[in-house]
Every structure is written in C-alpha cells, then in structure tokens.
Design a protein around this ligand. Structure first.
Ligand SMILES: [Zn+2]
Length: 417
C-alpha cells in the first residue's frame, strides 16, 4: 500500500467501549504494578530520533511524526503536581531549547504548575512546554513505566498536562494487555494486535486536539505504559509488526468487543455509522459460547434507569421497558421507556452505557419491585471482532489471519511502509 497516512481526524469512538475481554480486577492490579526494567536502547525512540520534536514548523514536525509513526498519548491533564521517576539519565529542555539541563543518573523529577502559566520541571522554570527525554532510561509515573518521552504542557490555573510521544509499536505493548488477556493464545493476541494497530492509525487520521492524538483511557484505547511486558503479547505484536487491515485501500475502524453472543452485527444497523462496509457487515460466530459473557442475566436498580430517563427528558416512576426495534441478529437498537409521566424511545447503545447492561442483545426485560431484570447474550457493542470468538478460534487451531478474515470479511492484511 502506497498511501500516506494523515494524522488528524475525529476520534469516532472507542474500540470496545468498556467491554473488552479483560477482567477489570486484573486491569487494576496491572496498573498498580511497578516495573523498573530498563528499556534496551534499540527500543528507545529518544535515542534514535532526538530531532523529531524540535522542528521549525508544525508541518515538518507532523511529517516526522508520520514517518516514525509516533503516537502522542495524553497521560494526564489539569495536574498541579507530579513526580516522575527516571531509571537512568534524562535530558530536560524547553521546546525552543533555550533552557536545558541533564541529569546523569536515576532519580525523581518534581513537576509543578506555577502562577502565570509557568511550570517547573526539576530546576527548570518555563512558560513553554518542557521535554523530559529519557536516554537509556524509562520514565515512571503513578507506578506505570513508559519508554517514550514526555512533553509537559502548561495549562490554566497552575496546572499542566503530560503527553507521551511513543512509537506506534511501543504504544501497542501498553494497549494489548488491557484489551485482551495476556494469557490467551498467541493467535488471538495477534489478531488483537492487528486490530488495535489499525484502529489506532485510523483514529489518528482526524485528531481534534492540537497537543495529543489519543487518550490513555476508554475514550481511545486503554493504555497504562509499556514497561510491563508479557511474553505472548510481545510475541503477538512483534510477529505482526506493521501489519494492518484495509478495505479498498483505506483504513477502517476495526471495532472489537468482548462477546457477540453468537453473531456480530452490521455497523449500519447499529448506532456507530450509517454506512456499511463489507468488513463490518457482520459475521456468524460459533466460537464464543464457552464464555460466561455469552449468556447472562442481571438486575439494574430502577433508580438507575429512572435517572437515565430523566437525563433524556422523561420524568416519573418507571412502569415498563419495551424493545421496539431489533437488528437481524436480535440486538435491540431502540427501547421505549414508559413512566407515570409518559414514554420515550431511546437508542439502546446509549441506554447500555448509562445503565451498565452487558449488551443490547436482550432476550428478556421485566420491571419488578427488586429492579429491572434483564437477560441477554454477549458483552459489548457487537461490531467487528468478537474477542471471545477470537479466543475460541485460536483454541481450535485457527491462525490470526483466519480470525481476522472471519470477523472482518473482505479486508486485506497489508504491511505498513
Ligand atoms: Zn462471538
């Protein structure tokens, strides 16, 4: 493929929207783990491309970012204070390089927001953004370690933001363990690596924010630094290095979700897009019934549903919930909520996110004195790759290429140049 990637377009949505195939308890554990492993020099972009960040014009900087596939990840905003550890020497300098100094050994840098738009990074005070560039080092913040370099951006009211500039492949090391369990078969992880890589690059086409490309939470993809490595995750990313999915020579949003409940849906039949493309047109799935997410029942407090109803302008006490429209695979697209004050039809996707029901493939709903009882199938939005299905296919000796072909039919696997 010989098409330049454009690095600015809207982040349309989250790949898995809070329903990825990773238990939340494990995510919490991982984010609390400390890794002080020194990154090999070959993986440290700070050593390889020291000039990437010091261009004269925004255009040339973007060309360099594009060339090296650098991703700018917002780690924090509106911070009054931060303590950033470094495992070896670091260079600290203002964006125009008029102020700079080095620290030649491991330590901790205190970052503070000062009055009048100033920030203090170690001993350096500036109204300009300040770089913390590790050399033979990783940076560590809030118990997560990072191989990229940090840009500290002055904010309003004595605060600052932290943006990490990290190579695309290095970024994926910090995404994959939070989007799919690292203990899963490597072919499933490889499929996830290609999907996450493609989703990231597609997200970068129209970034709205001037100073960063991606959030480090569910607004983009979960990212907790890449210092903690897992063998199968590393292998999955390395063995698919640069591989992406395209359709008719274009990237597309390679959505994924935890469990489809037997079939994925057409993206146009759902709330994501009005336009269908073949790779997101839906697929049968006979590989996900082993999971506890395949079939579920849960009770939602009536007050939670009433609170959502109020947020869309419907007051009163809840009387009933009725499915008014379904996709061909049985996923509710719209629900009608009825209360003592009236009724309102709402998108099931928004209702799911507000109330926490696992999916809109609802098989039963009943209002009771104990709450609203739901039964259903699947976990997540049901578009693109079913992660439990990818696991099931890998367990049956399907390759990652076969998994991708099944869940993104008609897509081409290509190599980034
Ligand atoms: Zn499935």
């Amino acid at each position: 493929m010989n098409r330049p990637f454009r690095f600015f377009s809207a982040l349309i949505g989250v790949a898995c929207i809070g329903a990825c195939a990773v238990p939340s308890a494990r995510v919490k554990t991982s984010s609390a783990e400390v890794s002080t492993t020194t990154t090999p020099a070959a993986q440290n972009s700070a050593l390889e491309e020291p000039s990437v960040l010091q261009s004269d014009s925004p255009e040339s900087e973007q060309e360099k970012i594009q060339h090296h596939k650098i991703v700018r990840v917002l780690l924090a905003e509106n911070q009054p204070e931060a303590f950033i550890k470094h495992s070896n020497r670091v260079n600290i300098f203002t964006q125009d390089e008029t102020k700079k100094y080095k620290i030649s050994q491991a330590g901790t840098i205190a970052v503070k927001g000062l009055a009048n738009g100033q920030i203090q990074v170690g001993t350096l005070k500036s109204t300009q953004p300040v770089w913390i560039e590790p050399a033979d080092a990783t940076l560590e913040w809030k118990s997560n370690s990072y191989t990229g370099k940090f840009l500290i951006l002055p904010g309003t009211g004595s605060t600052f933001s932290i943006v990490e500039y990290v190579k695309l492949e290095d970024y994926l090391y910090g995404v994959l363990p939070y989007e799919m369990s690292p203990s899963w078969p490597v072919e499933a992880l490889k499929a996830q690596a290609v999907a996450a890589r493609t989703y990231t690059l597609k997200s970068l086409e129209n970034v709205k924010n001037k100073n960063f490309d991606l959030y480090s939470d569910v607004r983009s993809q979960m990212y907790r630094g890449n210092g903690k490595r897992y063998d199968n995750v590393t292998r999955a990313i390395d063995e698919t290095k640069g591989e992406i999915l395209t359709y008719q020579d274009n990237l597309f949003f390679t959505y994924y979700h935890a469990n489809c409940g037997g079939a994925t849906d057409d993206v146009s039949s759902w709330h994501f897009s009005t336009k269908s493309i073949k790779p997101l047109s839906g697929a049968s799935c006979n590989f996900d019934s082993h999971s506890k997410s395949y079939s579920w029942s849960m009770t939602i407090p009536t007050s939670k549903v009433e609170k959502y109803a109020q947020s869309v302008g419907l007051k009163g006490t809840l009387k009933s919930i009725r499915i008014v429209r379904k996709t061909g695979t049985g996923r509710a697209t719209n629900l009608t909520l009825s209360t003592t004050k009236g009724s309102k039809t709402v998108p099931c996707g928004a209702f799911r996110l507000a109330t926490g029901i696992r999916s809109c493939k609802i098989t039963r709903v009943a209002t009771t004195t104990k709450g609203v009882q739901f039964a259903g199938r699947g976990y997540g939005h049901g578009i693109g790759m079913c992660q439990d299905g990818a696991y099931g296919m890998a367990k049956r000796n399907h390759s990652y290429k076969e998994i991708l072909k099944h869940y993104y039919p008609g897509a081409s696997l290509e190599q980034l140049k």
